[in-house]
Design a protein around this ligand. Structure first.
Ligand code: ADP
Ligand code: ZN
Length: 213
């Protein structure tokens, strides 16, 4: 039996931050497709090279590439009792792919992190990430101890190339057109839970622990 927690929600709502906290607090491996892709781009892996152009434009990377990364990651030993998924599935085809990955007895929670466009844009424009380890900061809500420097590894904090107003708009469009409609499927399946995500991180986590425990 595996416990699979899917973090669902628009870009910038805080899936990565929530996922990192779950990973620390309840020791579940965090499988972030966005991070896996960004690592691939940084190392210029075969998949990374193919994905880069789509990511810079804010478009979805082709499903087969993403699936390959995902499968390889969840086959690892640490994911055998469950994992937290951030950034997958993002369209109908990926839902179908994920259904094939599920085994009998797996329990799945789809956590729908909800918030307004206003909060999303505010969070994305204040987001900085560590160039070296990928840690996520927010200039106002979760600032680093030293300006521009990662608390964890002292790497340089940078703005993601896709966190520009034009690309943010594109990512929100993709979310509304391709990703949001898949909620219907999980609603029918009976594993969809709503989480109000405009408040503090601790408030978001509190709701989540009530659902998954
Ligand atoms: P966000 O959810 O904040 O937009 P992510 O880090 O999850 O950021 O994803 C960044 C980019 O990586 C996306 O804009 C997309 O290009 C690509 N990506 C991530 N997950 C997927 C996926 N499941 N399918 C296709 N592309 C993806
Ligand atoms: Zn770092």
């Amino acid at each position: 039996m595996r416990k699979i927690i899917i973090l669902f929600g628009p870009p910038g709502i805080g899936k990565g931050t929530v996922g990192t906290s779950l990973n620390k607090d309840i020791k579940m491996p965090l499988v972030s497709v966005g991070n896996l892709l960004r690592e691939g781009v940084k190392n210029q892996s075969v998949i990374g090279k193919k994905a880069e152009n789509y990511m810079t434009k804010g478009e979805l990377v082709p499903d087969d590439l993403v699936l390959e990364l995902l499968k390889e990651r969840i086959m690892q030993q640490d994911a055998s009792t469950g994992f937290v998924l951030d950034g997958f599935p993002r369209n109908h085809q990926q839902v179908v792919m994920l259904e094939k990955i599920f085994k009998d007895g797996d329990i799945c929670f789809v956590l729908n992190l909800e918030g307004s466009d206003k909060i999303i844009i505010e969070r994305l424009s204040n987001r900085r990430i560590c160039e070296k380890c990928g840690a996520i900061y927010h200039l106002i809500n979760i600032p680093p101890k030293k300006s521009g420097i990662c608390d964890i590894c002292e790497g340089k904090l940078i703005q993601r190339v896709d966190d520009t107003p034009q690309v943010i708009k594109k990512r929100l469009d993709v979310f509304k057109n391709d990703t949001k409609p898949i909620l219907d499927f999980y609603k029918k399946k009976g594993c969809l839970y709503s989480v109000f995500a405009e408040g503090k991180l601790s408030e978001t986590l509190e709701q989540i622990y009530k659902i998954i425990n």
